[in-house]
Design a protein around this ligand. Structure first.
Ligand SMILES: [Zn+2]
Length: 287
């Protein structure tokens, strides 16, 4: 329902932010409507999906299909209070291009969640909000102030990783088919299987922009994200083509070397190479 193509983290120019904030009511109340999906230490920060009670009117893939960097749209009446997915610090971005009035919450660890097409802000910039506390009121009525390119009442929501990659929040909370993953037995048997690759996909979705399913079936999307990670952290200098060769695997062995692999860096993955990578993937943060 919204069509945000450009950088939605940059403030729009020429708008009276003070005026918008002055008009906004400070709600300061915890609001319901969501389901707690994730707690504890398995995730990079403690948050939940606040919009499970609303109809999904635009999927992540819908957004990609129209050239957006991604997002989830939830249909709701204008003026609905929008709960913070987690505790954090508010940044209001009035009239943020196609995104309209946008709230960014900066969470622990550098994660951010964004809420778009608002009709009203609830807090000043720099305000601290608790998980579940309203950050503003939904909007999206076509042509209304703050609606941006929205074609109907809804909120647009997405998560941004510390690396600046926009990702599907439900891939992290357990909604939409995600959820906590078991540890992989590859750490014992040295043979990568479904759980190994699910954990790899989870890792790559958090660190390297993988946006496909966490289904344990690696394809070009998984391998391209792997190559990006290897390029960024392990000295891979080949193409990002989703077709790993010896140079990609050699870089992965360098990762393994940080997790107990002591064999040659020769681009030939054997059981000891896979075991070391599995020890990395079995860290709690990739659950
Ligand atoms: Zn949207």
């Amino acid at each position: 329902m919204c069509d945000n193509h450009h950088d939605e983290t940059a403030p729009a120019a020429g708008i009276s932010r003070r005026d918008l904030i002055r008009r906004a009511a400070v709600l300061g109340l915890a609001v319901g409507g969501g389901t707690l999906l994730a707690t504890g230490t398995a995730h990079a920060f403690d948050y939940y999906h606040p919009f499970t009670g609303y109809r999904l009117s635009g999927t992540w893939q819908d957004h990609l299909n129209r050239g957006s960097s991604g997002g989830l749209d939830f249909a709701m009446a204008v003026g609905t209070a929008l709960p913070a997915a987690g505790a954090g610090t508010i940044t209001n971005i009035p009239e943020n291009g196609t995104g309209g009035h946008t709230v960014t919450i900066t969470h622990a660890g550098g994660y951010r969640t964004q809420y778009m097409h608002l009709s009203a802000f609830s807090h000043a910039n720099g305000a601290q909000v608790a998980r579940g506390q309203s950050v503003g009121l939904s909007g999206g009525q076509p042509g209304a102030p703050g609606s941006g390119s929205s074609t109907g009442p809804h909120v647009h929501w997405h998560l941004i990783t510390p690396g600046g990659v926009r990702v599907d929040p439900t891939g992290y909370t357990g909604g939409g088919g995600g959820g906590s993953l078991p540890k992989t037995s590859t750490a014992q048997d040295g043979v990568p299987g479904t759980v190994f690759w699910q954990r790899a996909q989870k890792w790559l979705s958090i660190e390297s922009g993988y946006t496909g399913p966490v289904d344990g079936r690696p394809g070009a999307g998984t391998y391209s994200a792997l190559q990006r990670n290897m390029r960024d952290h392990f000295g891979y200098t080949g193409p990002i083509d989703g077709a790993p060769g010896p140079n990609t695997w050699a870089a992965l062995q360098r990762l393994g070397a940080r997790h107990g692999y002591t064999g040659p860096i020769d681009g030939v993955m054997g059981p000891n190479s896979w075991r070391a990578v599995a020890r990395f993937l079995n860290e709690d943060r990739w659950d």
